[in-house]
Ligand binder design. Structure first.
Ligand code: FES
Length: 105
């Protein structure tokens, strides 16, 4: 099918304060949603290194520190910022419409 991408509702933007993260489970995906100074970024919640959940990590600007072994990723690009993580984090396109954050699929 052509046309606009489908959308999956994630959360209300008001649920996540700047500098905070929220775990959202939709459509079999376990996602972490980050508010970086009013811009929202969506990634897999599971750390690529082990059992850590990034929604429970420490967000500093665009960088999330996993609270398990303190590895870091950029939540916008998914790239590894600090070991022991090696594999980049999967990121997902999202859009805000009328105060609601959607995944674009
Ligand atoms: S589980 Fe995240 S850094 Fe090891």
């Amino acid at each position: 099918m052509n046309g606009a991408p489908a959308r999956i509702q994630l959360c209300s933007t008001g649920e996540i304060a700047p500098g905070e993260a929220l775990k959202v489970e939709v459509e079999g995906l376990s996602l972490a949603v980050f508010n970086v100074d009013g811009t929202f970024h969506v990634t897999d919640d599971a750390c690529t290194h082990g059992p850590g959940f990034l929604s429970e990590g420490y967000l500093d600007g665009e960088v999330i520190e996993c609270n398990f072994h303190q590895g870091c990723f950029n939540v916008r690009t998914g790239e590894v910022v600090k070991p022991p993580c090696i594999v980049p984090l999967k990121t997902y396109p999202s859009v805000v419409d009328d105060g609601i954050l959607y995944l674009e699929v």
